[in-house]
Design a protein around this ligand. Structure first.
Ligand SMILES: Cc1cc2nc3c(=O)[nH]c(=O)nc-3n(C[C@H](O)[C@H](O)[C@H](O)COP(=O)(O)O)c2cc1C
Ligand SMILES: O=C(O)C(=O)c1ccccc1
Length: 387
């Protein structure tokens, strides 16, 4: 086993271990992948101010998200098909999150169900909702999330239609994979993945299977999404969902100050500034570039979380210093899961926490609440004038 010291090491192992169809699915952005690339390269443009001779004893990365204390203000983002990267992947990720002390968010499009997570963990988790055309399905799944004691409903608003990711179409992505000569050839080189997968009955979208508009005969994820997801979703729908849910609501996929204001009006408790990891509108700006204007528009009324492009604890610190109250990581933990299951997710969280802690210290900060824009050096044209 190679020595793992950073998130990139986990990505290499994930690529080696998981079937090509699923690694490609995780690693893709939409169309030219410009937004996907800029999500990470924009973080690289932001630099730190080194401060010295500041007492560094008693440092902590502890922080809170929506009134709950965590080991660091970092949540595991909802990721569809997580259980295809590694058998029972959602349960493993949720367990790693619980043991570490950060929130886990389960996707509507996960392999394991809400009930699977409830039975295998004890910390409250967040549930991410995709609004489907079928209102009964939506009512029912909200009720299931309530029954499971989920502590927040994360409503994703940036995927009424799916951004095209070329590789998914070429690979014929489905879950479970269709056994064509091409996929069989690839699966034959992925022994450990296959053996673990055979050992579980959780191999399809268990939140949805058995429902009237089911997934049993899915020919491709892209066509299925086009049939099932509600293209009519709007701010009124969101206000109604909030009422139906009755608890905390996080609106995920905000990238514009005007939409951030709409989310506040609709009664959101928090927003997630996100471009879906560069998987939806190719050509959109990175979320870290859009963050400052959104922070200004929201004016402290609700919490602002950010995702898309975070690959290190340094990136977490940059997002917090630019005004986010917390962040979500997607691929950074999925690489760990694909590489080594639960242990890999724990490793990813450990790596990110150590990087965050060390960088805070070298910037002269001991607490998350002390982090401010002053620790950064940002090029003058970073936000730029886009008209
Ligand atoms: C493979 C994959 C599947 C995803 N599935 C979902 C999903 O089901 N629901 C959702 O709201 N976001 C989904 N996302 C978006 C993530 O929640 C998150 O916004 C994104 O991964 C953040 O970017 P990062 O991967 O660069 O950290 C997915 C992202 C990836 C990479
Ligand atoms: O792939 C995604 O980003 C995603 O959110 C999704 C959308 C439809 C089905 C499964 C996952």
């Amino acid at each position: 086993m190679p020595i793992i010291t950073n998130i990139d090491d986990l990505k290499r192992l994930h690529k080696r271990r998981a079937p090509k169809m699923f690694f490609d699915y995780a690693e893709s952005g939409s169309w030219t992948e410009q937004t996907f690339r800029e999500n990470t390269s924009d973080f690289d443009k932001i630099r730190f101010r080194q401060r010295v001779a500041v007492d560094m004893t008693n440092r902590t990365t502890k922080g809170s998200l929506l009134g709950t204390d965590y080991e660091m203000p970092v949540a595991l983002a909802p990721v569809g098909l997580t259980g295809m990267q590694n058998a029972d992947g959602e349960i493993k990720a949720a367990r790693a999150a619980e043991k570490f002390g950060v929130p886990y968010c389960l996707s509507t499009m996960s392999i394991c169900s809400i009930e699977d997570i409830r039975q295998n963990t004890s910390a409250p988790f967040w549930f991410q909702l995709y609004v489907m055309r079928d209102e009964d399905f939506v009512d029912n799944i909200i009720q299931r999330a309530k029954n499971a004691g989920c502590s927040a409903l994360v409503i994703t608003v940036d995927l009424q239609i799916l951004g095209q990711r070329h590789k998914d179409l070429k690979n014929g992505l489905t879950a479970p994979p269709k056994l064509t000569p091409k996929t069989l050839l690839n699966l034959s080189t992925k022994w450990s993945w296959g053996l673990e997968m055979l050992g579980t009955h959780r191999r399809t979208f268990r939140n949805i299977v058995g429902h009237a508009k089911s997934v049993e005969n899915m020919s491709s994820l892209h066509s299925w999404t086009a049939e099932q997801f509600d293209p009519a979703l709007n701010w009124e729908t969101i206000a109604k969902l909030k009422e139906n849910w009755g608890g905390k609501v996080i609106i995920k996929g905000i990238l514009d100050p005007e939409d951030a204001k709409e989310a506040v009006k609709a009664g959101a408790d928090a927003i997630i500034v996100s471009n879906h990891g560069g998987r939806q509108l190719d050509g959109a700006l990175s979320s870290i570039r859009m963050l400052p204007k959104i922070v200004e528009a929201v004016g402290g009324q609700i919490e602002i979380h950010l995702d898309s492009g975070i690959r290190s604890g340094q990136d977490v610190l940059k997002a917090l210093a630019m005004g986010a109250d917390g962040v979500m990581i997607g691929r950074a933990y999925i690489y760990g899961l694909g590489a080594m299951g639960e242990k890999g997710v724990t490793t990813a969280l450990d790596i990110i926490q150590k990087e965050l802690d060390t960088t805070m210290a070298l910037c002269g900060k001991r607490n998350i609440s002390d982090i401010d824009r002053d620790i950064l050096l940002v090029p003058e044209d970073f936000e730029g004038r886009w008209t």
